[in-house]
Write a protein that binds this ligand. Sequence first.
Ligand code: Q46
Ligand code: ZN
Length: 288
Amino acid sequence: MKCKICGKNAEIQAFGMWLCRDCFLKLFFRRVNKILKKYWHGEKIWVALSGGKDSMALLHYLWENGYPVHGYHINLGIGDYSRSVEDIIRSYTEELGVELLITNLREEYGFSIGEIRRKPCSACGTVKRYLMNKVPRENGAEILVTGHNMDDFLEFFIKNMLGKNYSWSRKLVPYLEREHPKLLPKLRPFYLVGDKEIEIYAKLKGVKYIKENCPLAKLSGWKEILYEIEKKKKNFRYEMILSVWEMAYFFPQEKREIRECKLCGEPTSRDICSFCTLRMRYGKKSTG
Ligand code: Q46
Ligand code: ZN
């Protein structure tokens, strides 16, 4: 096979065509850079690192392209899985020379996700939203960058439509502005690239990441369906995400008054934030 762009030998099938290594990397860069160029204006970046391919590939991309990047990881306390994740993040950030900050949920707040029997993923979401905003902000972050990718957003979009949670789709955009002085703006540079493209990028660049999924993860199967459609409709995912991006602004914005939690002072729409509620139930009672 010949590369569709330069005519050299092609070994990669991505972006709806056969490509050589260099042309693949150029196209990947173009899509990620499109988002960064539009929404990044020199702020200090903190990447939320889960240890998976997306966040680790993002860390590599930002590091290689000279962004002022720092890493933040939460050890969620999900048995051996969390130990392996922390090890790989520590060694990879050290290899790249990127500053890393880690919060150990059990040691610092007295509970872990592995101990929560009822809906651990919902508690995990609360913990991540809270700490990923609070800890980097307190350490000088001006923007929080996550590895959520095109396929994640397409999956969220389908689920929101089927569940009639239309207003949730308002958030399915590459950049979320600061809603409160204590809430970091959020940027998703992988908005225009999906699992497949990131996996190829990670392989070509030798990115280190954890291959197993979290043992508590339940896969919905929607991503496989998207890839099945793409076998028949070239560029389906890319065209779809461009529509979601435009469409998201038409959905009604959720009206919520943001105040400060009476216990910890972090932004919330209630008197006591969901994180403090979790902590009171499972962990240390102090607010320190
Ligand atoms: S939410 Fe659930 Fe994930 Fe948390 S407990 Fe594991 S699967 S890590 S994205
Ligand atoms: Zn609180």
